[in-house]
Design a protein around this ligand. Sequence first.
Ligand code: HEM
Length: 158
Amino acid sequence: MAATSQILTAVLLFLIFTNIKGKYKQIEIEIAGKNENEPAKIFSESELKQFDGSDPDKPVYMAVRGVVFDVTEGKDFYGKGAGYNQLAGKDASYAIAVWSLEDKDMHHDISSLSDNELKGLDDVFLGTYKKKYPIVGYLQYLMDKHADKVSDRLSGEL
Ligand code: HEM
């Protein structure tokens, strides 16, 4: 009897755990050129770095989830000497998701994030960046991810 209830408890815990973890599905990023028939602009990380706000004659760019935004309008946040300047010229999706401005968090590996953090990141992506700033392109890593997805799908069909 005790063994049965132990097994039932284990099954219940397993079901709860598998249901909680990995439930949040991140929003799909659509890759598109500014105009129809125009290819999307793809940035390397070093190319994006040129727009980190250190040159006042250049626009300021930053990326979230691989999407590059022109945040020049938000120079008071991201320009040279501004409070969020660390986020400029790079994709610091991880830092945005965990609400940190520490150097060690300035990267875009979001594989360790919880569902809540992933959702928070999507909320900032949609509610702040997509709403306020024009998209100027995409980072190469996002293209590579999409290419992997397409080849997975194709190999599944073969
Ligand atoms: C004591 C801590 C903080 C305070 C008081 C604070 C305050 C603010 C305020 C008032 C705004 C809104 C500005 C506006 O829309 O006019 C803002 C925006 C923002 N904050 Fe913070 N913040 C803090 C920490 C952080 C941290 C740690 C991050 C790390 C990523 C962060 C990232 C952002 C971002 C990305 C925006 C949006 C900027 C934009 O609209 O382009 N903040 N913050």
